[in-house]
Design a protein around this ligand. Structure first.
Ligand SMILES: *Cc1c(COP(=O)(O)O)cnc(C)c1O
Length: 430
């Protein structure tokens, strides 16, 4: 039995194999960026097509939707989707209790109140039964997050939305290329928000966002909202008339060109990632006490983040608290060269902004609900997941990490064959 690195043994992942780039930046990407700079078309509100129009057309085709609109980032895409669909003050938006903070902030930016529903313990996406319990007369929208690349269970959510007259805005920021029963994410809701932030599966050289929809009129409204409420038409000079409340939330052509260049390689990267990650997870699955992520029946997973849950009793370590075990595993596996981290230290409803209700002015938007606060029986599943899981991020997105992931699997197997030591190591945690 090999000695654990944390006790002075040789680490399972050799040091010179650990550093991995994401995103991968090629000569092609550099040329695409320079071509925009040389073209002089540096903003998207032009009367001639820019790199933003090109990316929008290509991404709409990739997702299989009528329209795509480039926006400054994924958070803005979520907010503008809600704005264009008419969600505003006095409305409630149902959001999963486990997500990146932006999913909870976007309703607030529209002066709507986010109401948190619990998640499924295996897929980490919205639990439709808890969504049903959270619907009130003020609910206007459901905001399912395809968390970590796993599509949310859209069929029951769509049924609920139809029954109660709600709109659905997908948060697809982590799920480019994932599909649900043959339909790409981004084509499942009334509108969907994607992020092009540099760490995402389809990255740009900085910040960016894309909004997709099959509703052409909605897309037109979104184009106005991103440009001060103006209408910009090809071949016509700008008239500076604002027809609706708008912001300045456009995607930059340089960033669009970089993302379009990355999109050209996306399907190749995606296929290789699927092979690497499946082979890695297949080696973890037999180890007792690890819950390995899996795609729901009929779905493809985009594997943006790999979240592993650990069960002390199933590992043969009864009596070790999950958080202590997680802390010990994090320390021991990091020493072996596996860069595990905690992604989200708390559920969304525990974030200070929602606890202290520091929104606009004197407690708005909550104050607009006439003192009535939405029902909330807690989020036990999301809390448990935060308590007993660790994540792998970013490196596995690089399609050349098949071997590295196999070394990670070596490290897990090594730690599992030494797992009796974890009881002692877990006692030293906190
Ligand atoms: C990254 C992310 C966002 C926000 O996207 P930005 O482009 O960073 O604004 C929203 N939701 C989820 C789930 C994300 O991971």
């Amino acid at each position: 039995m090999d000695k654990l690195a944390v006790l002075g043994g040789a680490p399972a992942v050799p040091r010179d194999q650990r550093s991995v780039a994401w995103p991968i930046i090629t000569e092609e990407d550099r040329k695409a960026v320079l071509a925009v700079i040389d073209s002089g078309e540096l903003v998207s509100n032009s009367d001639t097509p820019t790199a933003v129009d090109d990316l929008e057309a290509r991404f709409a085709e990739r997702v299989g939707v009528a329209r795509c609109v480039g926006l400054s980032n994924g958070t803005t895409a979520l907010q503008i989707a809600l704005a264009a669909l008419g969600v505003g003050p006095g409305d409630e938006v149902i959001v999963p209790a486990l997500s990146f903070i932006a999913s909870g902030l976007a309703p607030l930016h529209q002066m709507a109140v986010p109401v948190f529903a619990d998640i499924d313990p295996v897929t980490f996406t919205l639990d439709p039964d808890d969504v049903a319990r959270k619907i009130t007369g003020r609910t206007a929208a459901i905001l399912p997050v395809h968390l970590h690349g796993m599509p949310a269970d859209m069929a029951p959510l769509r049924a609920l939305a139809d029954r109660h007259g709600l709109v659905i805005v997908e948060d697809a920021a982590q799920a480019h290329g994932a599909s649900y029963h043959g339909t790409q994410v981004g084509a499942l809701g009334d509108a969907a928000a994607f992020s092009l932030q540099v760490t995402k599966n389809l990255p740009t050289c900085g910040e960016g966002g894309l909004l997709t929809t099959n509703d052409e009129a909605l897309a037109g409204k979104i184009r106005m909202i991103r440009q001060f409420g103006e209408v910009i038409e090809a071949g016509k000079p700008r008239d500076y008339v604002s027809y609706t409340l708008g912001w300045n939330s456009k995607l930059n052509p340089i960033q669009a060109a970089f993302a379009a260049s990355q999109l050209g390689r996306f399907d190749d990267y995606e296929a290789r990632r699927q092979a690497n990650i499946t082979a890695f997870l297949d080696r973890l699955r037999p180890l007792p006490g690890i819950q390995v992520p899996a795609a729901r029946e009929g779905c493809t997973h985009a594997w943006h983040i790999l979240r592993l849950r650990f069960d002390p009793a199933a590992m043969g370590l009864p009596g070790v608290p999950p958080a202590a075990l997680r802390g010990a595993l994090r320390r021991v596996l990091r020493a072996e060269g596996v860069p595990l981290s905690q992604y989200q230290l708390m559920t969304l409803p525990r974030q200070k902004v929602f606890q202290e209700r520091t929104g606009f002015g004197n407690g708005y938007p909550w104050a607009a609900l006439d003192g009535e606060t939405p029902p909330d029986a807690g989020h036990p599943v999301a809390e448990a997941v935060i308590e007993d899981s660790l994540t792998l991020q970013k490196r596995h997105l690089n399609p050349d990490t098949g071997d590295l992931l196999q070394r990670y699997a070596d490290a897990f197997e090594k730690v599992w064959s030494n797992r009796d030591m974890l009881t002692t190591l877990a006692r030293a945690e906190r």
